[in-house]
Design a protein around this ligand. Structure first.
Ligand code: URA
Length: 276
């Protein structure tokens, strides 16, 4: 008798394929390359969160490389009359309400608005809720979320509740597929209003999709990370998405470099032990 059921094999294969597609997406590629997948995709890498690595000695602050993009608030907010009158996160949440402004609403369990400190100095912006976030109605609560929490609490030495965390898209795309342009267009006025209301000193953009949506560029995250960008007068540091780090733990070293730049910008001490 065979050890595994054929449908279990199929599920494993699909999970591997999904991981691989997510990985090349995170690396900034638009399509599947022809040929052998990168070694990290096979066999399936461990998804266990690992400790944030110690500071790399070569981490050096780098200057801001991008000019502030043109203010688009007027254009963005005119899409939803009354949006600008939402003067607090609670009012904005109420304004969004039981949202049916794009095609994602019938598939969601919960809309995932955002969580944390309304007066946060530091804001993290991810891509879109996954299955765990959809069930809980809170961003970054699954395995990638646990790693983000480790980065914040063990790496940066801050309670998660001190920062603000949200996503570009507030409802889960089916099967965790990429958000589509019409979904981004429907949701991004809410993200930019959230940014205006929190007005953090620093935004950390998590992963290709979030950073490209924030900066309106197509540059891969590997080229954007580690450099300061400017988003409506707010310093913005792109870095790898925690889900990518679960598959590529060696790159935690680079994220830790980016996080050290953020800590320096905020004038905060870097904990002696970086989350080990
Ligand atoms: N990935 C994201 O980009 N956001 C979440 O909230 C969870 C996983």
């Amino acid at each position: 008798m065979s050890d595994s059921h054929p449908s279990a094999d199929r599920r494993t294969l699909l999970a591997t394929l999904r991981d691989y597609v997510e990985q090349i997406r995170e690396e900034g590629m638009d399509g599947l390359p022809i040929g052998e997948p990168p070694a990290a995709a096979s066999p399936l890498p461990s998804r266990e969160p690992e400790a944030v690595p110690r500071p790399a000695p070569e981490a050096q602050p780098r200057p801001t490389v991008k000019a502030e993009p043109p203010a688009r608030s007027v254009e963005l907010f005119s899409k939803y009359p009354g949006l600008e009158a939402a003067g607090s996160l609670q009012q904005l949440h109420e304004f969004i309400g039981d949202c049916r402004r794009c095609k994602l609403w019938p598939m969601r369990t919960n809309l995932v608005f955002g969580v944390g400190n309304e007066k946060a100095e530091l804001m993290f912006v991810g891509e879109a809720p996954g299955a765990d976030e959809d069930l809980r109605g809170e961003p970054f609560v699954g395995r990638a979320g646990q790693l983000l929490t480790d980065i914040i609490e063990r790496g940066m030495g801050m309670p998660r509740s001190e920062v603000y965390i949200c996503n570009v898209i507030k409802c889960r795309p089916p099967g965790n597929r990429n958000p589509e342009p019409d979904e981004v267009a429907a949701c991004e006025p809410f993200l930019f209003r959230q940014i205006e209301l929190v007005r953090p000193r620093v935004i950390v953009g998590l992963g290709t999709f979030a950073v490209q949506a924030l900066l309106k560029v197509k540059t891969p995250i590997s080229k954007l990370r580690g450099n300061w960008h400017e988003l409506r007068g707010i310093r913005m540091m792109p870095t790898f998405h925690p889900a990518y780090l679960l598959r590529n733990p060696a790159d935690k070293r680079l994220v830790w470099q980016d996080i050290q730049l953020v800590m320096k910008e905020l004038g905060r001490p870097i904990p002696r032990r970086g989350g080990s």
